[in-house]
Design a protein around this ligand. Sequence first.
Ligand code: OSB
Ligand code: MG
Length: 369
Amino acid sequence: MQLRQIELFALRMRLRHPFETSFGREEDREFLLVRADAGDHVGWGEVTVSRDPFYCYETVETAESVLRNYLIPWTLSAPLAHPDDLAARLHQVRGHQMAKAGLEGALWDLYAKEQGIPLYQALGGERREIEVGISIGIEPTVDLLLAQVERFLGDGYRRIKIKIKPGKDYVPLRAVRDRFGDIPMMADANSAYSLSDIGLLQQLDELGLMMIEQPLSYEDIIDHATLAPQLKTPICLDECIHSPEDARKAIEIGAAGVLNIKIGRLGGLSASRKTHDIAQAAGIPVWCGGMLESGVGRLHNVAITTLGGFTLPGDTAASSRYWEEDIIDPEVEVTPHGTIVVPQGPGIGHAVREDMVRRLAHGHWTYRA
Ligand code: OSB
Ligand code: MG
């Protein structure tokens, strides 16, 4: 890959419905897009950060800073044969996984386009249709939650994930079970509990959840390993897995029965694929998590989900669940039976609406090789 220039765009997009988790409420998504230009082909990646350091320490500003001062100049400093080689070049920068992932994602899209193949094939994926679920935020009332669940079941989503926090856990989940019966259902706590809440977490066991996602601290795997044998519900880790090595260790000590793979949190598609391979070898199912992505990040999520170990429906919902208008054409759609048909065109497979990106961008930086 012979890069000519890399551009960075700062975007703010209004969500159709505010999204509330145990760590806060988002009404606007703020994130970065990376455009990698090699002359004949252009690749796009999404830096899945947020404005605030509440899900993780990275923010729009930290990603912008580390991309501009280190990651982009180092990427442009010499040609790269394959996107898998980028991580080694950026290795000296510790952490900042989302910043690295957005840049690497643009190179993966570019690489696949140069090869004339879809991104999912470049990654070694095989599935042509992926199963998807929906992630529902904390709603102000049980009735509003039930209305959301009803709507998304009607849309065909294959599993319902509901955000919980202390005081908004057993009661709303019980109401969903009572109303909708034996639907595939799980909960995501985003680190809102500690080991002293074990009685409360054990109460959730009776709901027959597929799994509970990240009940304990965002930087813990030890307490999750202590908790796991005391629950019937499998534990799925999200926040505390930042690398394939983290995944290996969590699996080794019994902290995770399931893994949520987020490309941004893991530092890119290459690391996500490695994490998938480790989980698959250990018999641990994985699914693809989401960060309320625009169409660009969403299509990267679709591509990674085609790997064989993604045996559970992920959080990759339709563009229209988030946006009035997405920045890709066509938008990502979900079939009435809760699947996304994997695009077969080169790279991410859908066009990026560049005019719209340039119009929406409130920050724009260009770096030449
Ligand atoms: O914990 O998975 C999470 C959104 C923002 C931050 C963290 C999470 C989420 C979601 C939404 O659950 C997933 C999506 O619909 O993109
Ligand atoms: Mg989560």
